[in-house]
Write a protein that binds this ligand. Structure first.
Ligand SMILES: Nc1ncnc2c1ncn2[C@@H]1O[C@H](COP(=O)(O)OP(=O)(O)OP(=O)(O)O)[C@@H](O)[C@H]1O
Ligand SMILES: [Mg+2]
Length: 505
């Protein structure tokens, strides 16, 4: 990520004016017609590119010829359609806060699937590109703030090593969107391994035609899980693979304190990427009941509920596969239930393995779970900052640590816990330096703090993108620690009003 507008222009000039180097092969458009509608983006009045992800463009193999800023603005707003793209809106359903609705891309348009020089396939989608057949009462548009939030959080997740959709560009539209207030409009270019959701399977299963669900399952197997195809029961293997990917993903969220905020089944990607960064936020002080989303009044998607909600969503996924898993319904249910029961164990294994690494533990001991849980309950009781506490633990072991242990405190319960932990560390054959090295690459120093994200968004809304560019640069190396980044590590000042995020704007 570059700091200045001049650098952004330089970067954009390197990309082909005519095709941007896209290499489209649109396999989704070869599915039965029920799965999508052809839909071109609706041109916008005055597109202007404000963010461009140079490293991601390189990963995609976009070519290095000259492009003018104006041309990039047209390309990433949907005002021009690249050669080879076949724009569509995808159909899907979804349980929203527990209630099933027929949905579909109401404001996102898939330009097509780009094949990189290494033959990796990525969906290239414009979010906020105009109305589609699935817009219902919506305007098909997106406001600048939420698109910038998605850009920041998705790129932060990527840098943290967590599977996620990514963000290639943000273009302002020169048009207003009307929400509770009048806001500047924007379009985000999203890059994903695919946009097949649990809700896509629910949509397919809603047809009175088993061939529709089989077609989608076969497509998904080919695209994401080819290793399952030769197995005895490939659809059961698909279920097991999706369960495994989700268990791993949610464990990673929990390890960094990420709260998705709207884990509806339409916001759960089958390939195991984090998707839809609407009301998401990172937790400051540790509390499993933490909720930021203004619409999540019951705390359905609270931090600590994410694993059981994932399992609930996976159960909805399993239901769609029952006719494929076995022709005898009872046998199909038995097999699916067995697969679903394994989620809790898988999740627990991934989570505990990650928490051991956060504590510098290379080995497994029977009391490790208790050790982790005691730390968490101490953190909850003392309202300790989740990120800084873990990061501070390695400093507490190292007298020469670069910064003081910002997150740590000296309450008796924490001191007692530290003594137990130190004893556990000394039972390992690996050295303390090795433990510290493991912790420093597992516990991020910097996460997208809510107040920092808000500051970047409000500066951008008044035309200053430098705050966001600096934040993105810091977040692209979350494990790096130096004095210039100290302010990004500060938890928010206590305020009377709890932090709130908003959905669907
Ligand atoms: N402004 C809008 N106009 C039309 N449809 C919308 C709008 N905002 C959201 N929707 C639709 O409402 C449904 C639920 O919205 P949700 O906030 O989960 O998705 P999203 O953020 O638009 O998209 P995605 O899940 O692709 O990131 C989706 O079908 C979405 O397309
Ligand atoms: Mg969504």
């Amino acid at each position: 990520m570059k700091d200045s507008k001049q650098d952004l222009n330089e970067a954009l000039k390197k990309i082909s004016a005519t095709s941007l180097g896209w290499n489209f092969d649109n396999s989704y458009t070869r599915l039965p017609k029920a799965f999508f509608v052809k839909q071109k983006p609706t041109p916008v009045k005055a597109p202007h590119i404000v963010l461009f992800n140079q490293p991601l463009a390189a990963t995609l193999g976009l070519n290095a010829e000259a492009i003018l800023e104006d041309e990039a603005s047209l390309a990433f707003s949907g005002n021009t359609i690249p050669v080879g793209a076949e724009p569509i809106a995808q159909a899907y359903a979804g349980h929203q806060f527990g209630h099933l609705n027929m949905l579909g891309d109401g404001r996102a348009i898939l330009l097509g699937e780009h094949l990189t020089p290494e033959a990796n396939r990525y969906d290239i989608q414009l979010k906020g590109a105009g109305v589609t057949a699935y817009s219902r009462r919506g305007d098909g548009r997106a406001a600048l703030g939420p698109m910038l939030r998605e850009y920041i959080i998705s790129e932060a997740m990527h840098a943290l090593g967590i599977p996620t959709t990514r963000s290639l560009a943000v273009v302002t539209t020169g048009e207003s969107v009307y929400r509770d207030s009048i806001l500047p409009g924007a379009i985000l270019t999203r890059v994903a391994s695919s946009h097949i959701r649990v809700g896509t399977f629910q949509f397919a299963a809603s047809h009175d035609d088993p061939e529709i669900i089989r077609t989608l399952a076969d497509y998904t197997l080919n695209r994401h899980f080819p290793e399952c195809i030769g197995t005895e029961n490939k659809y059961l293997s698909l279920l097991n693979a999706v369960i495994d990917h989700q268990a791993k993903l949610i464990a990673q969220w929990m390890q960094v304190g990420f709260i998705h905020g709207v884990m509806n089944t339409d916001n759960m990607s089958i390939c195991g990427e984090s998707i839809d960064f609407g009301p998401c936020a990172f937790m400051d002080s540790y509390d499993p009941a933490t909720v930021f989303s203004s619409i999540d009044q019951q705390g359905r998607y609270a931090f600590g509920n994410q694993p059981p909600i994932a399992q609930w969503n996976l159960t909805r996924f399993a239901e769609t596969l029952l006719p494929l898993i076995h022709q005898d319904v009872e046998e199909a249910i038995r097999l699916a239930e067995k697969a679903l029961r394994a989620f809790a164990d898988k999740y627990q294994q991934y989570w505990l393995a990650g928490m051991r690494a956060k504590l510098g533990l290379f080995t497994e001991a029977p009391d490790d779970l208790a050790l982790v849980e005691e730390l968490l309950s101490c953190m909850k009781k003392n309202r300790m900052d989740y990120t800084n506490t873990f990061r501070g633990l390695s400093s507490s072991l190292n007298a020469n640590a670069p910064t003081a242990a910002q997150g740590n405190i000296d309450t008796p319960d924490f001191i007692t816990w530290q003594q137990q932990w130190n004893k556990r560390l000394s039972s390992q054959t690996k050295s303390l330096d090795d433990a510290i090295a493991l912790m420093l690459k597992t516990n991020p120093a910097v996460i997208p703090r809510n107040h920092q994200v808000e500051a970047a968004l409000s500066a951008a809304e008044s035309g200053d993108f430098t705050v966001q560019e600096k934040l993105l640069e810091v977040l692209s190396q979350p494990f790096k620690e130096d004095a210039s980044r100290a302010s990004y590590r500060m938890p928010p000042l206590p305020t009377a009003m709890p932090y709130k995020t908003f959905c669907g704007t």
